[in-house]
Ligand binder design. Sequence first.
Ligand code: BGC
Length: 626
Amino acid sequence: MTKRICSVQSGTILVLVICLSLLQISCRMMTSTKVKPLHSYDNQVQALLAKMTLEEKIGQMIQLDQEFLKDPQDIATYFIGSILSGGGSDPKAGNSLKAWADMYDGYQKYALKTRLGIPILYGVDAVHGHNNVLNAVVFPHNIGMGCTRDPDLVRKVGRITAIEMRATGVQWTFAPCVTVPRDDRWGRTYEGFSEDPAIVDMLGEAAVQGFQGKDLFDPLSVAACAKHYIGDGGTRAQIVEGDAAQSSRRVRLDQGDTVIDEAGLRAIHLPPYITAVNAGVATIMPSFSSWNGLKCSASKRLLTEILKGELGFEGFLISDYRAIDQVHPDYKTAIGISINAGMDMGMIPSKYKEFFQNLKELVQEGVVPISRIDDAVTRILRVKCAMGLLDKDRSQLADRSLWDSFGSDEHRQVARQAVRESLVLLKNENKTLPLSKEAKRIHVAGNSADNIGVQCGGWTIDWQGKSGEVTTSGTTILGAIRNTVSADTRVTYSEDGTGADGADIVVVVVGEKPYAEGFGDSADLTLSSDEKAVFANAKKADIPTVVILLSGRPLIVPNMIVQSDAFVAAWLPGTEGQGVADVLFGDFKPRGKLSFSWARSADQHPINVGDEEYDPLFELGFGLSF
Ligand code: BGC
């Protein structure tokens, strides 16, 4: 599928948790290394700005999606400042490394031909590796990285992602997502490191440092984008009554309304942005969601007063995908509101000509002051200048010498380490784990055991991800088990869980079907009946049972947890399934700790550490070892 056409409780404990978080944050801020401030490029930027016409300035404020670019000459005609590939917006020539580099170079050449020759910034959602491109290394989604609590590892993951991106020319990732998801029913929970602001803050900072390197000027750095500012993970669930015959109840959280006072917003959702700004994050994406009924993309208080004023953010704001359209039913009015609120660049996938014309008129009519345009363009050019894009001696084309390292074993080893560290062992009775590599026979059950798509989840090759076929290259969990056991061990496999009789052990791998954004909003947070049947079939063999759960959040699967002998939450580990086998067979001792509270039942949602009545099945921080 290509990209769409488509209470907080207060209380003493919460206050304590937040105070502790803020203390940790300020301690780290004191130790973090200072990066070069973006305003230090202002001499060069102002000299360029002085030469620009109104049209050239407005063009810099536009990001279009290449999927909707009928005539690449438009890049030059409208002086386009940026292009994106939203999820599934692949090169027309396919999805290979070469096709991406050729596409990037092709578009960049149009920008370089303009009067001022200002290069475009090309943006993608490289949210767990350069995940749109075939054969890139795909890392665990952030929920798994949160369980590692390992900032050095997150930094390395960011570095490798940046290098694989640069191999295609792309220099901007819409990551890290520093959301603080407070309701697991939200379809984007897995994009967040944790429900705990302190963990998000610590790993968000590391991710920014990994992507941007020591200096944005380094040709191996990419611009990061902290998103979605602010409170995207705090939206209030709306219950949508389903078809009465099916008596299904569905829930909607994505792009909703975060109802919370300013003190609460600052305590839970702001800390990761304070740290990201201090770490020098180049860009920030305002959220689709609203704060107390007002769209974040329309809020001058949030964008200008708090972010740019109080926090001193010197980079630029990029709107979310068509988010400006949601600000007001009349498009021109919407543009005026959002730009005046402080939005610097619009992600205008298809209507870029309309945006260009409307914004020009708004300036001519005095609705948007030219000072606002100059501020937006200054911020965009600062980032371009800091990244060496205005350096005429530097090639702005893809660095093909990096192709050798793309998807390399070296990069995959880091992903494998991330997988090992992210697994959380929730149960291990009778020392079921580690498994013996010398067992006579191991039966592996479940389609998810041999399914790169399910183990990668959403935002992998396609926007929504894909199950059931080889999505990209990597090692499945079944493959990893086969790689690990001794030559005398038989590994048998069935998709439906049958056939385990007589084996020493059965490893059941079950998972959620991939999803992204609102498509993942879910009221009951459980597995499909097919997945449950795999477990039930495997149990009939009456042998020790290990469950590996692949999911974007804690699921309500009480029977599996009770009836299994060992239970591992493996999240969405990405392409390197070998890391799962490393833990199963004891080559690496499990050490992941839950970064989200695990509810007992669906009606406990939302549940978060610090709640006055906190009684989860597994607390935040829980995780066994052996
Ligand atoms: C998502 C963003 C993403 C953007 C571009 C939006 O739908 O909310 O997280 O960066 O699309 O693909």
